[in-house]
Design a protein around this ligand. Structure first.
Ligand SMILES: C[S@@+](CC[C@H](N)C(=O)[O-])C[C@H]1O[C@@H](n2cnc3c(N)ncnc32)[C@H](O)[C@@H]1O
Length: 301
């Protein structure tokens, strides 16, 4: 149906609604999220389709048996915690899984009683909202620039960068081979090969890639996947190689928080300067502002 006839049909429909119900209908049309699926742009739809493909290849907890240390670290959290991948499962999806009894937001504190407490949730991927925030509001125009995602896992930063930015090259470095294979599958299927490359490697072996990058992204890369000595070594390698003047480093959480508790000699003030971010760019109530506030941007001095 063309625009003119569609508009006529909508007005006709409104004319047919009982006058007493019309204000409620108009109010619903102004505020509902039910239209979201019609207004999302093509890139969002593509990312959602990638998420669906990945959901079909991975277990619900989106952790692989090859991730021994990460599985162990989640079990050692002070509060019962589960891994729910925010790229694959958004809030609405989690709600429907809870309704189906496949997931729970609570755990029983005293078995058999009604005393429950909220489960801790950890995500090892950025959500769609976080990716859009990074590419639309954190980073500048990336035309001609090289971006490196340290620990690319499912590849969300790479696909987001392909669709939401003009970056010349997007490199993902991931030490887990199974995740590299999944990324390769997506890159091929969605024809991202001209600008996206995944390297199966420990980031500590990729000095020259880091030295040449214009943007380096680090989403909670090491804490759950390496022991303390390895984390220290990896951060020292990052601070040694990410030195290109004016290049940008995006981290979750802040560098201060990431390095606290590790015995490193890294000095932040001669290395980076934090760039303040506006976390209030999305006025909607259902935005996870806390998640956005974990994102930090630094300029290399
Ligand atoms: C929290 S995930 C980040 C996912 C992705 N960057 C995102 O934001 O959606 C961290 C990933 O880093 C990988 N990783 C940890 N240490 C690494 C290292 N030294 N070299 C390469 N990858 C590493 C882990 O295997 C894990 O898949």
């Amino acid at each position: 149906m063309e625009f003119c006839s569609a508009r006529r049909a909508v007005l006709q429909l409104l004319g047919a609604v009982a006058p007493t119900d019309r204000p409620a209908l108009l109010q619903w049309m102004r505020t509902t999220r039910d239209f979201d699926e019609f207004t999302q742009d093509n890139n969002d739809i593509m990312l959602k389709s990638i998420a669906e493909d990945l959901r079909n290849c991975l277990p619900l907890e989106t952790m692989l048996s090859s991730e021994h240390l990460a599985l162990q670290k989640i079990q050692q959290q002070p509060e019962p915690t589960v891994h729910v991948d925010a790229f694959l499962y958004d809030e609405d999806f989690i709600d429907s899984l809870c309704e189906e009894g496949k997931m729970s937001r609570n755990y029983c504190m005293v078995c058999g009683s009604h005393q429950t407490a909220p489960l801790g949730f950890i995500s090892h991927s950025f959500s769609l909202m976080e990716l859009k925030f990074i590419y639309h509001h954190v980073l500048p125009d990336l035309s001609g620039k090289v971006l490196v995602d340290v620990g690319s896992r499912l590849g969300t930063v790479l696909y987001g960068g392909y669709l939401y930015s003009s970056a010349l090259q997007l490199y993902g470095v991931e030490m887990n081979e199974d995740f590299c294979q999944l990324q390769e599958m997506v890159i091929k299927k969605y024809q991202f090969t001209d600008r996206v490359k995944v390297l199966h490697a420990d980031i500590c072996t990729q000095g020259s890639l880091l030295q040449n990058a214009d943007v380096v992204i680090m989403n909670n890369v090491f804490e759950y996947f390496l022991n303390e000595a390895e984390q220290t070594r990896a951060w020292e390698c990052i601070s040694h190689n990410v030195r290109k003047q004016g290049s940008l480093l995006v981290t979750v959480p802040s560098l201060e928080e990431s390095l606290s508790g590790l015995q490193t000699n890294i000095q932040l003030s001669p290395w980076v300067e934090e760039v303040p971010l506006n976390y209030d760019v999305y006025p909607e109530n259902d935005i996870d502002r806390e998640a956005l506030q974990q994102i930090h941007l630094y300029k290399i001095l």
